[in-house]
Ligand binder design. Structure first.
Ligand SMILES: [Zn+2]
Length: 329
């Protein structure tokens, strides 16, 4: 095999069999770019050509005005590049269209997880671990401190807070990512409460994509008269990716939902919930144990700390920083 080289950057660069594959980072020369999902930190250097992503990711990017001649894959779909390199895609359980990439070359299997959630949510199935020789795994919450409560418990806390807020004649509002978290909040309200959900226009645009891909969500965009009327009447939930003044005489109470709420306080908010689209520390460990890699590379977030913690468990691990470079084989 023509060697394997791994380089860090804002994402990951793999050089294998005379090809350069870049994941969630800017293209270099004639590289092929792979995008794991449509969150902005993963697509800011998206190229117009030579990029590979899931159909759902391309569709979300189109709806926010990004276009290109991209190659799209379905989960389970395969792409052959160069001399005997096969690349396939599986769900990473993070948001609609989020993907893990599997690179097979002459019997060697490399997996890049992208942002990863192994737990089932009310919207998505959790990611399944993929067996590999070399695993490159995200480590946003790679510290033992980050152990999220059971998701049903978080959902119950969110529902309780919504009911309490409405019973004091106030509107419960969530400031959350327009891709991923917004749709989870909408589904929680749709599932457990008989209350309408009004959403900001960016949230409506992305939620529409979820519906196109068969995930049922019931909401009213604020751009519709019915959205404004519902806010005025008051018994509803509002979801947006930014805080805004709502067209209602009722007071609004704002909440955030993020894994960071486990550690940080949000004094400018009325409530915070540790609801995350990522795996926590235990989830990352479970993924690694089940995928049985010979070598682990951690990337993003607490990559350094997480790799140390893996080594202390006897797992062969290193972290990929901006300056990282290694040549294997
Ligand atoms: Zn993400």
């Amino acid at each position: 095999m023509g060697g394997l080289r791994i380089t860090g950057g804002s994402g990951l660069v793999l050089e294998i069999k005379d090809l350069r594959l870049v994941f969630d980072t800017k293209p270099i020369g004639s590289s092929i770019q792979f995008i794991s999902h449509a969150h902005l930190d993963h697509v800011y250097s998206l190229s117009l050509k030579n990029a590979v992503m899931s159909e759902e990711t391309a569709s979300i990017l189109n709806t926010i005005g990004r276009r290109g001649e991209w190659t799209t894959l379905k989960y389970g779909g395969k792409l052959r590049v160069g001399d005997g390199l096969e690349i396939s895609m599986k769900s990473s359980g993070h948001v609609l269209g989020s993907s893990q990439y599997v690179i097979d070359a002459d019997g060697l299997r490399i997996v890049y997880t992208g942002d990863l959630n192994i737990y089932d949510t009310i919207v998505h199935r959790g990611a399944k671990p993929i067996e590999s020789d070399i695993l490159i795994i995200e480590s946003t919450y790679g510290l033992p401190y980050y152990r999220f409560p059971n998701r049903e418990k978080i959902y119950a806390d969110i529902v309780k807070w919504i009911l309490k807020t409405i019973s004091s004649d106030e509107i419960p509002a969530f400031k959350v990512y327009s891709l991923g978290k917004s749709q989870e909040i909408i589904r929680i309200v749709n599932t457990y409460l008989d209350i309408p959900v009004v959403v900001s226009n960016p949230v409506a645009r992305i939620s529409e994509k979820y519906r196109e891909y068969g995930i049922s969500l019931d909401y009213i965009p604020i751009s519709k008269v019915e959205g404004i009327e519902t806010l005025k009447q008051g018994e509803c939930v509002y979801v947006s990716s930014f805080r805004e003044e709502l067209p209602t005489s009722r007071r609004t109470r704002w909440a955030v939902a993020t894994g960071w709420a486990l550690r940080y306080r949000y004094p400018n908010y009325n409530a915070s919930f540790p609801l995350s689209g990522h795996s926590d520390y235990d989830g990352l460990i479970r993924y690694i144990l089940e995928s049985k890699p010979k070598q682990v590379y951690t990337i993003y977030g607490y990559a350094r700390e997480f790799s140390r913690s893996l080594r202390s468990r006897g797992i062969n691990a290193n972290f990929i920083s901006e300056a990282y470079q290694t040549t294997l084989y």
